[in-house]
Design a protein around this ligand. Structure first.
Ligand code: PAF
Length: 283
């Protein structure tokens, strides 16, 4: 496995590999890797000749300085994990390698980024689009892999490649959960044992909520989920919405879509913001 910190060095290597006809897969990450990331890497390794994993905590997607500073950085451990799953190349650049000049691009995603994460974290998806488009430009991968835990992010990246005609196949990968159902996230590392114990209520409630579709109305189900989770004093729901899984827009009735998805963000304690989602099947 090779590790590159400089964009020009990585590009030189990739040019050689492409001349040999090798296909390139990219897994963009912010590091602090866990089994969820490794499931993306495993798929990328299986489907491409070369698997490139980027490890870069992107400052432009954080709208909260404290969140950026506290984001876990564990490069040595990340490198060991990536070696163990046969990753070919790690790209771990510094900020100036990704943004030699400040990135002032403003992306337009219509209504997709005006709701949920886009509404509660203004500018977040513009920052994601900046870094992901930069990485696509540097690596020029055939395929790129993203987790469905960041459900709205995946929709926005699909829209970005379509709208800006970027020739990359976007591959979405299912959420990986702990044995008790908790969605894996780098942010889980910041939870105390007590908080981690209580946070499982988020995924348990989402899972249970599936049993009430379509008997409860959309608004009744939303309220039920929020009440269940908020009944635990350490947890506070920031938003829970049931949306069309393609457009990300709220639905009012189960008949509004064939693809209803419940998307949630919950604060666990004062600082740790956890997200999760569930696809509802209409019986
Ligand atoms: O999902 C993430 O970890 C990040 O948003 C991404 C896609 C790596 C961009 O920084």
């Amino acid at each position: 496995m090779k590790i590159y910190k400089k964009t020009a060095d990585l590009q030189k290597e990739l040019q050689l590999l492409k001349k040999e006809g090798k296909t390139i897969g990219l897994v963009p990450t912010m590091g602090a890797l866990h089994s969820g990331h490794l499931s993306l890497v495993n798929k990328c390794v299986a489907e491409n000749d070369i698997c490139v994993v980027s490890v870069f905590v992107n400052p432009t997607q954080f709208n909260n300085q404290n969140d950026l500073e506290k984001y876990p950085r564990t490069l040595d451990n990340d490198v060991k994990l990536l070696e163990s799953v046969n990753c070919s190349i790690v790209f771990a650049p510094t900020v100036d390698q990704i943004y030699p000049e400040p990135d002032t691009r403003v992306f337009d995603f219509g209504q997709l980024d005006k709701v949920m994460e886009g509404k509660f974290r203004p500018g977040h998806f513009n920052g994601v689009a900046q870094v992901v488009s930069r990485l696509f430009d540097i690596v020029k991968p055939n395929r790129a892999y993203f987790g469905e835990k960041d459900f709205q992010q995946l929709a926005i990246i699909r829209e970005m490649v379509k709208k800006y005609s970027i020739p990359v196949e976007i591959v979405g990968c299912p959420i990986v959960r702990e044995a008790d159902g908790m969605a894996l996230s780098s942010r889980n590392m910041r939870l105390s044992a007590n908080e981690r114990g209580k946070a499982v209520l988020i995924s348990q409630t989402l899972l249970k909520s599936c049993n009430f579709v379509p008997e409860k109305s959309v608004s009744e189900l939303k309220q039920w989920v929020i009440d269940q989770i908020n009944s635990e004093p350490i947890l506070e729901v920031e938003y829970f919405d049931i949306v069309d899984g393609n457009t990300m827009q709220s639905i009012n009735s189960w008949d509004d879509t064939d693809y209803p998805v419940g998307c949630i963000t919950v604060y666990c304690g004062e600082e740790v913001r956890l997200i999760d989602n569930i696809k509802y099947l209409k019986k």
